[in-house]
Design a protein around this ligand. Structure first.
Ligand code: K1U
Ligand code: ZN
Length: 176
């Protein structure tokens, strides 16, 4: 297994639209294992393949308290959104240190393939519904901050660019 580097916003590659998986084979199962290891180590409750620079429609999620209930979604599709919405304070492993409120459908119905390539369906609410919508946004090249106002997006970009400049300076000092 391997830990995969996670792309950091505003990396342009986060805006790539992922392609459907043509065949669920050992290559995809290896990607799923590496993504799960990367998500648990981060730690996070979800990860989309886009975030590790693989532009295929694969997601891993674990919203359980013990972190022992991995959900693998290959070629996921949301087939129904509730009219009722809910605001949740979201974070993102590709947007370090930024949390903000996003309004999304409070319940969704989802269809996807599992690691064996079998289709399954489920209903999601609560954090699972938020997470599925957040991760499918990643596969469509959208990062959660793009749900926020332009003013907030500008402030976030300024903060992240400053953080990234400072990290580069520290890295340069360490290598000297
Ligand atoms: O897609 C990602 O970057 C993962 C993201 C998923 C997510 C979280 C919350 C709302 C919407 C989507 C994260 O996992 S951010 C980290 C996080 O929420 C968390 C970390 C440790 C324990 C519990 C939660
Ligand atoms: Zn994210």
């Amino acid at each position: 297994m391997a830990l995969l580097p996670i792309l950091q916003y505003p990396d342009e590659r986060l805006h790539t639209v992922a392609k459907p998986v043509a065949q669920v084979d050992d290559r995809i199962r290896r990607l799923v294992k590496d993504m799960a290891e990367t998500m648990y180590e981060a730690p996070g409750v979800g990860l989309a393949a886009t975030q590790v620079d693989v532009h295929e429609r694969v997601i891993v999620i674990d919203v359980s308290e013990q972190g022992d209930d991995l959900l693998v979604l290959i070629n996921p599709e949301i087939t129904w959104y509730s009219e009722e919405t809910k605001v949740y304070e979201e974070g993102c492993l590709s947007v370090s240190g930024i949390y903000d409120k996003v309004e999304r459908a409070s319940e969704v119905k989802v269809t996807a393939l599992n690691e064996k390539g079998e289709r399954f369906e489920f209903d999601a609410d609560g954090l699972l519904a938020v997470c599925v919508q957040h991760e499918i946004d990643h596969l469509d090249g959208k990062v959660f901050v793009e749900h926020l106002s332009m003013l907030k997006q500008t402030r976030i970009l300024t903060r992240l660019r400053k953080q990234q400049r400072e990290t580069k300076k520290v890295d340069a000092k360490v290598t000297v």
